[in-house]
Design a protein around this ligand. Sequence first.
Ligand code: FPP
Length: 254
Amino acid sequence: MLQRVKALFGKTSVPQSQIPESDNIPQHIAIIMDGNGRWAKSRGLPRMAGHHSGMKTVKRITMAANRLGVKYLTLYAFSTENWKRPKAEVEFLMKLPQEFLSIELKDLMENNVQVRMMGYRGDLPSHTLQAVEEAIERTAGNTGLVLNFALNYGSRKEMIEAVRSISEAVAEGKLDPSDINESHMEEHLLTAGLPDPDLLIRTSGELRLSNFMLWQLAYSEMWFTDVYWPEFTEAHFHEAVRVYQMRARRYGGV
Ligand code: FPP
């Protein structure tokens, strides 16, 4: 029991530097990158410095995931609720994808990483969207890790939109309500075509989902750590994967 509680909070007895077994790597890892603000505050820095440092962690963990053979890495970069933050912070966050891609796109190409985005494009500033769309286009032929940015993403909105589309099909007589099944929902979610995450990581000690992939995380393993996102290293990432490898996934069975 104690071991399970420790594993939940990310403090396990697995040695820090050990590389995970190569035969049970999670295919899809989703991360709630939290703690940028607190990391900055603890150093007497402005919140933006935390986000900027968090951007460097994005690169570090993308490369770590690619090296490990993870197929999909979904990163929660901006939620549909994050618009409530002060204007200057929102503007700063909206510049990060552009800055990140202008620095890292070359490296992402060389490492065969494919960039994707899930979220509501209409509300994004044009400079943000343009940078992301360009990266998506340029990396479309890459066959390595899929780096999926959740940008202006919210799970409840995603589910409402899916229900709306399904309802339209019903109203048009194309679908009988009694035939609606999980596949219909999945086809209309922003993750259509992507497998569900095997592992969810959240940094900074918060133990909640914050409107992130509520449908898709139904059977995901979860790993939480107190470490703030800017200080999250490849060793922490390996630790999360090794804890995942110790879990028995039962999907409601025995
Ligand atoms: C939550 O931490 C973090 C965010 C809302 C933004 C996450 C963005 C990045 C890590 C950079 C993204 C980079 C790219 C390339 C898109 P918080 O600010 O809420 O932290 P706090 O809870 O300590 O205040």
